[in-house]
Write a protein that binds this ligand. Structure first.
Ligand code: PHE
Length: 347
């Protein structure tokens, strides 16, 4: 029996010394120390020994068990350390490898121009406000001195929601004039950008959805001169000191007198022709209409509880896409809405 124990001891130590993974160590533990292991099998035979032999063999068996246990722990520690070492070596990080570039998006060219326009007006004391795109006909037309039956209210131009034509997609940002006057007393000085909708066929300068920026200034002694100064300052700041623009008399129900302002076409430089062909951007006009403007009609002021004897004001409503076209030399307004990255990445 002593020989058997010695044999187990030698075999176990030799096997443990060879073991190089946690799995092999665990197998050896079961093989030698487990309940059905070799050592246990030998110990079961102890009953057959004489009472004198039993304690002696018991001691030897315990010594062998202890030795195997200690060796097992030693090897476990060594193998685990080796496994960790290997893992660290394999997973090491090469900080000199170039990273994957992150492609940054950027602001849409039209929004860039919107920010420029807002910044200029804010620096001059205007407050930016916003209002609903689904608007009451009352605000979009009636209170802007555009009575029922007026051609501007025609169903062929306006997206109505209801059969009685009382609710619509706003056709202009001018209802924001009424909302501003309802919410505050003069002096009023606001800028109201937003989307507007008209049943227009899309072409180089038209789209059924586009953006306008409404401006409204009301105080004592406001004149058409203040209006022109505000717009000329804007044009020069966006297009440079030599920006070419013109004012034309016009009619709007809610301003009197009224005008429109055009900028010289950036594509044909006012000639109306490119390479002997009619300029496709301005349709041969040489000018691109940018905005409508005028002195707020006394009836509109009165309707909002503002005394036209004491106060006067100007308003303008400009097309943002067309402002952006001139600013960024874009020849077709539809490009602004296509969202083709090859186009957008140029700005
Ligand atoms: N709302 C007008 C339009 O869309 C423009 C305008 C605004 C005219 C303010 C006068 C005053 O054509």
């Amino acid at each position: 029996m002593k020989q058997q124990l010695e044999h187990i001891r030698q075999q176990a130590i030799a096997a443990l010394n060879e073991a190089d993974s946690p799995a092999v160590l665990e197998d050896l533990r079961i093989k030698y120390l487990g309940k059905k292991g070799e050592l246990t099998a030998v110990l079961k035979l102890m009953g057959k020994l004489t009472p004198e032999e039993r304690p002696v063999m018991g001691q030897v068996a315990n010594a062998v068990r202890n030795e195997i246990e200690i060796k097992l722990e030693e090897r476990k520690a060594a193998v685990n350390a080796a496994v960790l070492e290997k893992k660290l070596a394999e997973e090491s990080l090469d900080v000199t490898i170039p990273g994957t570039p992150v492609i940054m998006g950027k602001e849409h060219p039209m929004n860039q121009v919107l920010q420029e326009i807002k910044a200029l007006f804010v620096s001059r004391g205007y407050t930016i406000i916003e209002g609903p795109e689904v608007e009451l006909a009352e605000y979009n037309f009636t209170r802007l001195n555009t009575e029922e039956g007026h051609p501007a209210r025609d169903r062929s131009d306006t997206f109505y929601f209801t059969d009685d034509d009382s609710l619509l997609l706003r056709t202009q940002t001018s209802p924001m004039q009424i909302r501003a006057m309802e919410n505050a007393k003069p002096p009023i000085c606001i800028l109201a950008p937003g989307r507007v909708y008209r049943k227009d066929e899309a072409d180089a300068t038209h789209s059924p959805m586009f953006h306008q920026i409404e401006g409204l200034v009301i105080d004592e002694h406001i004149t058409m001169g203040n209006l022109k100064a505000a717009l000329i300052t804007l044009m020069r700041s966006l297009y440079g000191e030599d920006a070419q623009m013109r004012f034309r008399p016009h009619h709007f129900p809610f301003t009197e007198p009224s005008c429109e302002m055009d900028m010289q076409c950036h594509k044909c430089h006012g000639t109306g022709e490119v390479d002997g062909q009619v300029c496709s951007t301005c349709h041969g006009e040489g000018w691109i209409e940018l905005l409508g403007a005028g002195m707020v009609h006394p009836k509109v002021l009165e309707g909002c509880g503002i005394d036209p004897e004491k106060y006067s004001g100007f308003a303008f409503g400009m097309g943002l896409e067309r402002m952006a076209m001139g600013r960024r030399k874009i020849n077709d307004l539809r490009l602004i809405f296509d969202n083709d990255v090859r186009f957008l990445n140029q700005f």
